[in-house]
Design a binder for this molecule. Structure first.
Ligand SMILES: NC(=O)c1ccc[n+]([C@@H]2O[C@H](COP(=O)([O-])OP(=O)(O)OC[C@H]3O[C@@H](n4cnc5c(N)ncnc54)[C@H](O)[C@@H]3O)[C@@H](O)[C@H]2O)c1
Length: 274
C-alpha cells in the first residue's frame, strides 16, 4: 500500500461512524485538526451534536448525521447526505461498535445479535453504501474498519464480541483483496485497538453473573490500563499515512496473541484463555 503525507487530507472529507464517543470522536477531532471536513454518524444524537458542535467551534466543517449502522437505509442516507453536502469521501471509518458479555449459553439472543448487527453487519452496510460512490469518484480514498485485538484471540465470556471482531477482520481483509483486484485507488486498513479508555463498557449489556463480572472487570481495566482515545486516533492516522493494512495500538500485545494463535492453529492445540 502507498504511503502519503497526512497534509494531503486537508480539504477532503472524512466520515466516521460511532463518532459520538471514544475512539470515533477522537478520530473525528483529529480529522478536523488535519483540515478535513467531517461527517459524524452515531445513533446517540445528543452526544453526537455535542461532539460536532465542539469540532465546528474550532472553525472546521462538521456535519452530524444520526444513523443506526444496523439499518442499511440509514447508511445509504448517510452516504447520500455526505455526497450532497461535501462531494466525494476520502476517508471512511467504520468504527461504531458494542460489546455484550456472558457465557455463550447464558447470553440472550438479542444481545448476541446486537453485537453481530453493529460490529459486523454495520460495517458491511457502511461498505455497501460508500464503496460504489468511491469507485465512481475514481480518486484516492481510504477505508478503515475498527476491529479489535479481540479479532485475533478468543476470550471466554466475550464470545459474541470475539466472533464479531474476527468476522469484521475477515471482511476487511476480503475487501482489501477485492479492491486491489479492481486496481481501485482505495486503500483498506484494519484498526485493531488494544485497551482504550472509553465508555464502551458503560453501554455494554451482560447476561449472567460471569457476564456481569467481565463487564465490570473490563470497565475497570480500560480505566486503569487503557490508552486515551486521542492516542488511538493518532495511531490510526500514523498507520494510514504509512500505508499499513494492520494498525495496532498495542503492537507487542498483538504480536504475543498472534503468535499464540498461530502456534495453536499449526500445532493443532486446544484453545486456552489468553
Ligand atoms: N475501547 C477499547 O478498548 C476498544 C478496544 C478494541 C476495539 N474497540 C472498538 O473501537 C470502536 C469504538 O469503541 P469505543 O471504545 O470508542 O466505544 P464507545 O462506546 O465510546 O463508542 C462507540 C460509539 O458507537 C456508537 N454506536 C453503537 N451502536 C451504534 C449503532 N447501531 N449505530 C451507530 N452508532 C452506534 C455508540 O453510540 C458510541 O458513540 C468499537 O468498534 C469497539 O469495538 C474498542
Amino acid at each position: 500500500m502507498t504511503a502519503f503525507d497526512l497534509r494531503d487530507l486537508a480539504g477532503t472529507t472524512a466520515v466516521v461512524t460511532g463518532a459520538a464517543s471514544g475512539i470515533g470522536a477522537a478520530i473525528a477531532r483529529r480529522a478536523a485538526g488535519l483540515g478535513m471536513r467531517v461527517v459524524l454518524a452515531d445513533f446517540d444524537g445528543d452526544r453526537l451534536d455535542e461532539v460536532a458542535n465542539e469540532i465546528a467551534a474550532t472553525g472546521a466543517e462538521a456535519l452530524a448525521v444520526r444513523c443506526d449502522v444496523t439499518d442499511p437505509d440509514d447508511l445509504e442516507r448517510l452516504a447520500a447526505v455526505t455526497a450532497d453536502r461535501f462531494g466525494s469521501v476520502r476517508l471512511l471509518v467504520n468504527n461504531a461498535g458494542v460489546d455484550s458479555t456472558g457465557r455463550l449459553w447464558e447470553l440472550s439472543p438479542e444481545r448476541f445479535e446486537r453485537v453481530l448487527g453493529v460490529n459486523v453487519t454495520g460495517v458491511f452496510h457502511g461498505i455497501r453504501a460508500f464503496v460504489p460512490r468511491m469507485l465512481a469518484a475514481g480518486g484516492p480514498a481510504h477505508i478503515v474498519n475498527t476491529a479489535s485485538i479481540g479479532a485475533v484471540t478468543t476470550v471466554p465470556t466475550q464470545a459474541a464480541y470475539c466472533a464479531s471482531k474476527h468476522a469484521a477482520l475477515a471482511m476487511t481483509e476480503c475487501l482489501a483483496i477485492e479492491l486491489a483486484a479492481e486496481q481501485a485507488p482505495i486503500t483498506v486498513a484494519a484498526l485493531l485497538p488494544g485497551p482504550v479508555h472509553t465508555a464502551i463498557y458503560e453501554s455494554a449489556g451482560s447476561d449472567g453473573s460471569a457476564g456481569a463480572a467481565t463487564r465490570d472487570r473490563m470497565e475497570a481495566f480500560l480505566r486503569e490500563n487503557g490508552v486515551t482515545p486521542d492516542q488511538a486516533a493518532d495511531t490510526m492516522f500514523e498507520g494510514l499515512a504509512a500505508g499499513r493494512f494492520w494498525i495496532y495500538t498495542h503492537p507487542q500485545r498483538a504480536d504475543d496473541l498472534l503468535r499464540l494463535r498461530a502456534d495453536r492453529l499449526t500445532g493443532h492445540l486446544a484453545p486456552t484463555a489468553p
